[in-house]
Design a binder for this molecule. Structure first.
Ligand code: 5GP
Length: 207
């Protein structure tokens, strides 16, 4: 029986424009002890994005070197660019017993699920493709061609939602955040993550 206090790995996926950043931002305001992984990407930085906060924006050469040296836990190619999760912070946070959230697409999520069978996977779904399209056009961060490509990718991503532990509908932001918070609270109490408590009770020398 494993009784040490392990971290909890949470994978959050959902089509581009489904609201992952917004939901996650609200969740971080409400729940303590959460770390969010900052990925490496070779895609161009959007005007409001900060290097080291939204992503580490790197060259293809840097990414490929890091991949070769084993510094990337999982990676995927999305719309012609590399995206990858740096390994070291994840290992450290997991060893510290933290809840660690990876905001990644479906291929990377599948890899994480096979590497960490105890991880919790959550898929955020928009109410409709029409709403998704409106959101992508409204945020004005990609041109029309790029948005149409993202919408095509979204259709295939939606077919993978069934592989996840949970599907959250992001129609009303407050409900989506509340659903995500409930999942995290419940998963933190799962018996495999709470055995250290039993250990502590049994080791109580007073009785
Ligand atoms: P965006 O270009 O919109 O920031 O991200 C495109 C997609 O790549 C999103 O679905 C996002 O969640 C995903 N993504 C971001 N970082 C990573 C990563 O480290 N690994 C994988 N597999 N996907 C990522």
């Amino acid at each position: 029986m494993r009784t040490d206090r392990e971290g909890m790995l949470v994978v959050l996926s959902g089509p581009s424009g489904s609201g992952k950043d917004t939901v996650l931002g609200e969740l971080l305001e409400q729940v303590d002890d959460i770390e969010v992984s900052c990925s490496l990407t070779t895609r161009e930085r959007r005007s409001w994005e900060l290097d080291g906060t939204h992503y580490y924006f790197v060259t293809r050469e840097y990414f490929e070197d890091k991949l070769k040296s084993g510094g990337i836990l999982e990676h995927a190619c999305y719309n012609g660019n590399y995206y990858g999760t740096p390994k070291t912070p994840i290992d450290e946070w997991m060893a510290e017993g933290k809840t660690v959230i990876l905001k990644i697409e479906v291929e990377g999520a599948a890899r994480i699920r096979s590497m960490y069978p105890n991880c919790v996977s959550v898929f955020l779904v928009p109410p409709s493709l029409r709403v998704l399209s409106q959101r992508l056009y409204r945020r004005e961060s990609e041109n029309e061609c790029e948005i149409e490509r993202r919408l095509e990718i979204a259709k295939t991503e939606l077919l993978h939602a069934q592989d996840y532990d949970y599907i959250i509908l992001n129609d009303m932001l407050d409900y989506a955040v509340s659903d995500f918070r409930t999942i995290i609270r419940a998963e933190r109490q799962r018996s495999c993550r709470r055995l250290y408590l039993i250990d502590e009770v049994l080791q109580d020398a007073e009785c």
